[in-house]
Design a protein around this ligand. Structure first.
Ligand code: GLY
Ligand code: MN
Ligand code: MN
Length: 465
């Protein structure tokens, strides 16, 4: 948790940006796995609630009355029976005071607060909910059915929260650096363990264990798979096979809930084949190119397409693509290999603020998404970069057999693709290299003091050591 002053200043800024009305920020509740007392662990608080109210306990709602300039932390104190099972938990009043909130009240007060605001015709602001229990609570409080709640969420509040959370302060950057340091240990643990015969699940479990052993958690379900071409390929029970590549996409989330997100792809034997190297070097070049061009004022969508053109140029040299590179990228032919965007915002959520609506996070009035073109419709971040943004740089090249078959069958982008050669890559898998980029005053830098090895020579040396 940051100092009380941080949370006070954040709420103060939020009040200015929102202007008027009653703001409800719902914290999360425990999420039962199969019966109420057996909840998924660790508990994950809502990020926007954490950002403004700091407290990592279930069953809380933060209320900010902008008009009367009063703030209340709502929640029920635990009773003696709870203490028997959970140990001591501070009172809601103490939790409130710790983050500079003057008032606290039990959950039973919330309905009256909301009814009073409704009766006076005041605005009631809430963020788009993503957990069903919170949807039920909003339904009970405001009479808005769950299927209408995203549309009824306050655009003013969403825009204010996105504006604030997008620009990371020095103390937030320091926290992300801590997550990256744990991420480094997660990834290098995987690199040390990779060898033929070990199962994906074993290494995936070790990677997760590193995060937990530092008091952190994983920032998303670890991807560790020889099927790197499957975007979210969770570890299977399959043993690693000599000759294949294995992709590890994993990150940590610190006790203060800031994330890291890195991907490395390595040869199971510790040595790349020439065919693997040919593709790997293209991804490496694309990844490094971003360092030279990402800076304040540049649209991340433009960086994405510059990377797509570089990738297409190199794939053309290998004979996998053909024709005019600009035309190929304009037609979306590169999405055969790279069907996702170059990166996304990262912070308290690994895809930062995605729950608030990607359109508000990655785009603005000037930069609109293209929702029609396959691949381009997956861009999560397109708008101009600003100092303090943290975005991922994660180009990849994937050979997805079903996509090759589908496009070939439909003749899609046939003038730009060499389908006969693509056929021979159906057993290749996929390569992604991902690091987290801080946009600085005049450029950018990778976060994390230690670079997880990714240049081919460094990967081979590290795996051989
Ligand atoms: N870890 C998911 C992603 O890289 O976006
Ligand atoms: Mn990512
Ligand atoms: Mn990732």
């Amino acid at each position: 948790m940051f100092s009380k002053e941080t949370y006070i200043a954040r709420r103060c800024e939020l009040k200015k940006l929102v202007g008027d009305g009653l703001i409800l920020l719902f914290g999360n509740n425990e999420s039962p796995a199969n019966y109420p007392a057996n909840a998924y662990y660790p508990f994950r608080q809502d990020s926007s609630f954490l950002y403004f109210f700091g407290q990592n306990r279930d069953g809380l709602v933060g209320v900010i009355d902008v008009d009367s300039d009063t703030e209340t932390l709502i929640g029920d104190d635990i009773d003696i029976e709870d203490i028997v099972w959970m140990g001591f938990v501070p009172s809601v009043k103490d939790l409130a005071e710790e983050v500079g909130v003057m008032n606290s009240a039990p959950m039973s007060r919330l309905q009256a607060l909301v009814d009073d605001a409704k009766a006076k015709g005041r605005k009631i602001h809430f963020l788009p909910p993503y957990r069903h229990d919170n949807m039920i609570q909003i339904n009970n409080l405001l009479g808005i059915r769950p299927d209408g709640q995203r549309a009824a969420a306050s655009l003013t509040l969403i825009k204010a929260v996105v504006k604030m959370r997008s620009v990371k302060t020095a103390e937030e950057i320091a926290e992300i650096e801590r997550a990256c340091a744990i991420g480094y240990k997660m990834h290098t643990t995987a690199m040390r363990l990779v060898k033929p015969g070990i199962t994906e699940k074993y290494i995936g479990g070790q990677v997760d264990g590193v995060a937990h052993s530092y008091g952190a958690m994983v920032s998303f379900a670890t991807i560790f798979s020889q099927h790197g071409e499957i975007m979210h390929g969770n570890p299977s029970l399959a043993p690693l096979e000599a000759g294949r590549l294995v992709l590890c996409d994993a990150g940590a989330e610190t006790v203060n809930n800031y994330c890291s997100d890195n991907t490395r792809t390595m040869p199971v034997t510790g040595r790349f084949t020439q065919r693997q190297l040919d593709i790997y070097r293209i991804v490496e070049e694309c990844h490094d190119y971003v360092l030279q061009v990402a800076r304040p004022g540049v649209k991340y969508m433009d960086v994405h397409f510059a990377v797509c053109r570089l990738m297409a140029e190199r794939l053309k040299e290998l004979g996998l693509m053909r024709g005019d590179v600009d035309e190929a990228v304009a037609a979306g032919a590169h999405a055969m290999f790279l069907p996702h965007g170059l990166g996304h915002m990262m912070g308290m959520d690994v895809h930062d603020m995605e729950g608030l609506g990607q359109i508000h996070v990655g785009f603005d009035d000037e930069t609109r998404p293209n929702l029609e073109q396959f691949g381009t419709n997956c861009l999560r971040m397109g708008r101009r970069l600003q100092e303090g943004f943290v975005v991922t740089d994660e180009p990849g090249i994937y050979f997805i057999p079903a996509l090759i078959d589908d496009w070939r069958h439909r003749g899609h982008c046939a003038e730009f693709l060499n389908f006969d050669l693509l056929e021979t890559y159906k057993d290749f898998g996929g390569i992604r290299i991902e690091d987290d980029l801080l946009i600085t005053a005049d450029g950018c830098r990778f976060l994390g003091e230690d670079r997880i090895p990714y240049h081919p020579k460094d990967v081979e040396e590290f795996m051989g050591s």
